[in-house]
Design a protein around this ligand. Structure first.
Ligand code: DQQ
Length: 574
């Protein structure tokens, strides 16, 4: 089907879905006890992040591209703003930014998923046939793995999914804890023509996290491999594993089954113990079906993370059109469950990010997909502007509650950098210790976003540079301690180190996607990313201001700043 026809079809679906969303809205009671609070004004609803019209969402599931359409499924509670009654909600898009909701694709209906349809992934089988593997919760509350296939392959929207009666296709067998056995990955095919899939698990009676491996010839009959693909002690339950190849050179993504010279592999696990996503770069030994991590400590809680903030249960997929790998992650609310009930919703997906291996081979780099730029509206530019020591300057001219800000700083001298204490191994702790309002040497400098006019409320996105014995250490933080006048909220600061040679260029960049209650930031071109959820009382709508600030002793210079207001895409019928 050509694109114009699809666009027409999509518009028709939008109409249908508007009525669908409206019908859903009619039986949900919320916003009752509130009068003029930010909650009642809907001030925290995001403008351009993925979310349904209402209710709870969590993990992104089964993202894929099929016949001209991008599909995103996600964990959804059709009945309220707290986790429960989970189904696979389904939305489609032509550009990964504008979304149209369809009916739920997978919902509780059979013994093998009667107590829940939990996370899973899509695989495109030969002949361009999508297949979904997901975790079902059976009548005994065991976690079993089920196969779902499209009812009608000629429907590019893939509206209806069949769950064959031979399910479950994988049962928790001997040596498996039936309540810690879930979240199948996208499968990949080995050179022997057999499929492989991973399941997140925890070795019974231990805290050893495992990525259990299964093989299949036909995608229906699966046999457990003798060894897990990878495991690590003391890491607890591994949820939502993801395993994919990355090119050693260049930014192009690879199909999940690709494995050749010039390819490394990435294993990501979502650590239930810390609710954070960690990834490791390594080699996939296809002969032994083992993953060999380049740095064995990297998948414990001190390792590399996609995002050092509020970001969990992420999943990638290969986009064959643009030949890129795209990452989705769930960002949970950090307000109270009572607020979520009052808002009538909870949870968003972060902006889809292209990911690739950094030229240094040590980490991944992430950047918002280029399609997001189409939402940029009114913009302002600043060049060559000094931000003096211990000062802040308002960036005026746009409305910044929903904005995209790119800024690049020149740091003329590193002489005043504070000494780095080698015991500072946890960047989050360091960001708490040396927050935005603790004066420093080189930094803290950066942006104050979602700030009230009197600056009582503000979220700081900043850089601080230290001098270690043999190099400079760059720290990136989100300081949310003053993000809201409401004392009862959780205002955790987040941080990550940035692996850049700041001595060389004496430059560092930041990009922040601001969206009412979300701040999603990318440091040094996407080497370090942090997402925070914040709930200001006054810095909402037209009351939200934007500043550049510098609480360091050293002046810094804004080499370039561009800030755009962000328009609202079609977002699931709203
Ligand atoms: N969420 C799903 C599980 C997964 C967890 C249930 C991760 O399948 O392990 O909603 O957030």
């Amino acid at each position: 089907m050509e694109l114009s026809k699809l666009t027409k079809c999509l518009s028709m679906v939008i109409l249908v879905c508007f009525s669908f969303s409206f019908m859903e809205a009619s039986h949900v009671v919320y916003h009752t006890q509130l009068t003029s609070s930010p909650l009642s004004k809907g001030a925290y609803r995001t403008g351009y992040h993925f979310q349904p019209p209402m209710n709870w969402i969590n993990d992104p599931n089964g993202p894929m591209y099929y016949k001209g359409i991008y599909h995103l499924f996600y964990q959804y509670n059709p009945e309220g703003a707290q986790w429960g009654n989970i189904v696979w909600a389904h939305s489609i898009s032509l550009d990964l930014i504008n979304w149209v909701p369809l009916q739920p694709a997978i919902y509780r209906s059979k013994p093998f998923d009667i107590n829940g349809c939990w996370s899973g992934s899509a695989t495109i089988l030969p002949g361009n046939k999508p297949a979904i593997l997901y975790t079902g919760i059976d009548p005994d509350n065991r976690q079993v793995q089920n196969l779902a296939i499209p009812k009608n392959l000629s429907d590019p929207f893939l509206r209806e999914w069949l769950k064959p009666d031979y399910n479950p296709v994988i049962n928790p067998g001997p040596g498996i804890n039936a309540t810690a056995f879930r979240d199948p990955t996208t499968a990949w095919m080995g050179s022997d023509g057999h499929w492989r899939v991973l399941l997140g698990s925890r070795k019974p009676g231990t805290l050893r996290g495992e990525a259990v491996l299964y093989r299949s010839r036909d995608f229906v009959k699966w046999v457990k491999a003798k060894h897990p693909l990878h495991s690590l002690r003391d890491t607890g339950m591994w949820e939502c594993p993801d395993f994919f190849p990355v090119a050693v050179n260049g930014m192009k993504g690879l199909d999940t089954s690709e494995n050749r010279e010039g390819v490394k592999h990435v294993l990501k696990v979502s650590l239930d113990l810390t609710r954070s996503d960690h990834y490791t770069i390594g080699t996939y030994d296809a002969g032994k079906d083992r993953f060999v991590a380049e740095n064995s400590s990297d998948d414990d809680s001190t390792g590399l993370r996609y995002d050092y903030g509020n970001f969990y249960a992420s999943k990638t997929f290969f986009d064959p059109v643009e030949r890129r790998r795209i990452l989705w992650g769930w960002s949970n609310e950090s307000d109270t469950p009572q607020d979520d009930t009052a808002k009538g919703w909870s949870g968003i997906q972060t902006i889809p990010r292209s990911i690739w291996l950094d030229v240094n081979g040590r980490q991944l780099v992430q950047w918002p997909i280029k399609e997001l730029d189409a939402l940029r509206g009114k913009g302002i530019h600043l060049y060559n502007t000094v931000v003096k020591s211990r000062s802040h300057d308002e960036i005026k001219g746009i409305s910044s509650a929903q904005a995209d800000v790119e800024i690049s700083f020149d740091v003329p001298s590193l002489e005043k950098a504070e000494p780095f204490d080698p015991t500072w191994t946890d960047p989050q702790v360091l960001c708490g210790l040396k927050g935005a309002y603790v004066n420093g040497g080189v930094g803290p400098f950066g942006l104050l976003v979602l700030a009230s006019a009197d600056m009582e409320e503000k979220t700081a996105v900043f850089i601080r540079i230290f001098k270690a014995s043999n190099k400079h250490v760059v720290l990136m933080c989100h300081d949310s301690s003053k993000s809201s006048a409401r004392p009862e909220l959780w205002k955790q600061s987040f941080g990550g180190f940035v692996d850049v040679d700041v001595e060389k260029g004496k430059k560092i960049s930041l990009r922040s996607l601001i969206d009412n209650s979300v701040v999603e930031s990318f440091g040094a071109g996407g080497k370090t990313c942090i997402t925070s959820r914040v709930y200001p009382v006054n810095a909402i709508g037209a009351g939200a201001h934007l500043f550049a600030f510098n609480n360091g002793e050293q002046d810094v210079r804004i080499e370039n700043l561009t800030a755009w207001e962000m328009k609202k895409p079609l977002m699931n019928g709203l």
